[in-house]
Design a binder for this molecule. Sequence first.
Ligand code: C2O
Ligand code: CU
Length: 495
Amino acid sequence: GLSAATALARRPAVTGAELRSAVPLPPPYQVPLPIPATLEPVSEGRYEIVQRETRAEILPGVRTSLWTYGGTFPGPTIESQRGRQITVTHRNELPVPTVVHLHGGRTPAASDGYPTDLVLPEGWTGHEGHGMHDHRAVVTELTRDYTFPLDQRPTLLWYHDHRMDFTAPAIWRGLAGLHIVRDDAEEALGLPAGHRELPLMIADRAFAADGGLLYPSLDPALRERPGVTEPYLAGVLGDVILVNGAPWPVHEVDAARYRLRVLNASNARHYELEAVTDDGRRLDLVQVGADQGLLAAPVTHRLLPIAPAERYDLVVDFSGVPVGGRVRLLNRLGSGRTRDVMAFRVARRAADDSRVPAVLSTDLPGWRRSDAVRVRDLAFRTGRVHGGHGWLIGGLPFDPARADVTTRLGDVEVWRLVADVHHPVHLHLVGFRVLSRSGGPPLPHDAGLKDTVSLRPGESVEIITRFDGYRGRFLFHCHNAEHEDMAMMANLEVT
Ligand code: C2O
Ligand code: CU
């Protein structure tokens, strides 16, 4: 017979079945949008985060237990200045080992959160590896200092768990937070700021009857059972859309421009965002930045696809909306409840001295194909892993002991990425530019410097980058978190 993975791979759908929540869900646009608190340093450049379980009210009247950074989901936001190094000490009080990765950070390998560099909980006697590929932990500590030089373009980063084979359930349970890098040049542009700059972490979840987060079992005995295998293999989808940890929230805004710093922190869900007024008008989503910071010039979208782990820095102008009116942020790829994301209610007229300059930045790397010293072909496809189904890069499952790509510090390379189903591909350490899609030009939302690119089913995408910064062992992988856990990850060795 056809394996579940092959059957899924042949399906045109971008993702698999959606989990159904077993508790009553609130109507949309009732819960206020939370803004995650900013983390205060314990001393200049030093932060501490305790990873611990907590119970929180995500759905009104329902208690949900979570794994958190510092007791909240999302975790606290870290605000940094470009080039000012910080150290974050993580202590693990969760029942499982964890690994912290700063996504999009230009971070030396020792602090990059390699999937076997574990922060152990006290008294941990468990065994690593759930049978897909057993392995040994390399570094094991109860606390760990992560040092981030942050010598990089200002942008929205995020930190999340990255433990080998178990990243997806850990993020699902709440291990994700934001990190914003700023600099003076960006501040001087005059983009909307203060309360008119909103981080929006979008993530889907599903809730069990006891209020806990629903997630398919990883028990190998259940893998072949329909309804367990399929959602897991394709990537786990929930029927509740959270923004900053609140279900379909609403936020009161001035009739003015806002800067929306959007992250898709979902395990597997892709969105196509549109901002729609009560009378059915679509507002412009003016993109000013990509994963790795400011674009050269703004790009206007009406409909914006966003894959897991991608960030889009958008300016939306609410000044044309009457006071009392509402703008809904909708997901064109959703159906039923997953079509709604959040709403903005225009509360008052207000002065607005913000602007969107025609030139946003002049420091984007302009690598050309002719700069590349190497071209690599990397296929992201389903396949067999140790007798089970998994996801492979170049025909191989992740092995922490194998160097998959070896490059030299300073080399420019072109990578040709091909996909069977939808795979958001992420590189650690570097930003890259999209050169082409299936032989044609990049799409409008491919502009700027990225660290995650959405490979659509059957597509081939060329990216170009320069491997600079640090030597050592880094990663690249699919950021569908379940694909990542099912071995779609590889080592990038910079020598
Ligand atoms: Cu956002 Cu290797 O991860
Ligand atoms: Cu994938």
